[in-house]
Design a protein around this ligand. Structure first.
Ligand SMILES: [Zn+2]
Length: 74
């Protein structure tokens, strides 16, 4: 029983860094014609003014689309 727990603990330690590396920072973008920013928070002040749909994406994806970080973010 104890042996099995150690085994699981070791497995968790091995898998953890891999999960960390592949976990992308989430970002939100407004797909309005004047939108050029991405946001970390869905409730951001910049996103509140969005007149069209808000899309969930990743930070790297937003940057690839030419977006820059919103000025309201910390
Ligand atoms: Zn923002």
């Amino acid at each position: 029983m104890i042996k099995k727990q150690i085994c699981i603990a070791l497995l968790a330690l091995t898998v953890y860094p891999v999960v960390q590396a592949t976990q992308e920072t989430k970002a939100y973008i407004c797909k309005g014609p004047k939108s050029t920013k991405y946001h970390y928070s869905k409730n951001c002040r910049g996103l509140n003014r969005c007149s069209t749909h808000i899309y969930k994406t990743t930070e790297s994806e937003a940057k690839r689309a030419g977006r820059t970080l919103c000025g309201w973010e910390d």
